[in-house]
Ligand binder design. Sequence first.
Ligand SMILES: [Zn+2]
Length: 207
Amino acid sequence: MRDKNYAINDNRNEFISKLELDHSVFKFPDQTHSKNVKIVNESNLYLDTDGVISTSPKFGLGILIADCLPIFLYNINTNHFGLIHSGWRGSANKITSVALNKMIEKGSNPEDIKAVIGPSIGKCCFEIGKEVSELFETQYMEPIVGSKFRLDLKDFLHKELISKGLIEKNLLIDPHCTFCEKNKFFSHRREGQTAGRMMAIMGWKNK
Ligand SMILES: [Zn+2]
């Protein structure tokens, strides 16, 4: 939500504390639109990383977003959970599959994983040029004037989750568009470099 800029550490800590969680156990990776996913531990340094997984209830996870897709993963049996930042680069490089493969390696059955795709830029507003369009199958794109297209990343990620064995009833895809809804969300595309950042977090309370 567009309340505070969560690129600022103090704002993050304040929000997490308000939820009666310990902000010091939350791990925020140094996001670079990569396809790198790390399983978190005591360290607070996750360079060049856009996906984090926790196999322990003692850690919390956080990512920053402003148009890119935040993907929340949670296994109801192992209690392992993950958080992914996926824009067009991460999506083209299948960062969500990288994360799911790591969870599967750690004992996850994909049928036990629930996933949520949070508010992010919708097909209505996600214009891409020819070069980016070549990274995606045509079924996710709609041509517009010039050699431009509109890309439906939510649909792309939805299909990827299903292809990895997740079950439709365990998926929730938020329909809100961060670009359209300017009173509600920050948008990097709409506001440029100076745009604020929203935050996605996952963690256990009292566990
Ligand atoms: Zn839109």
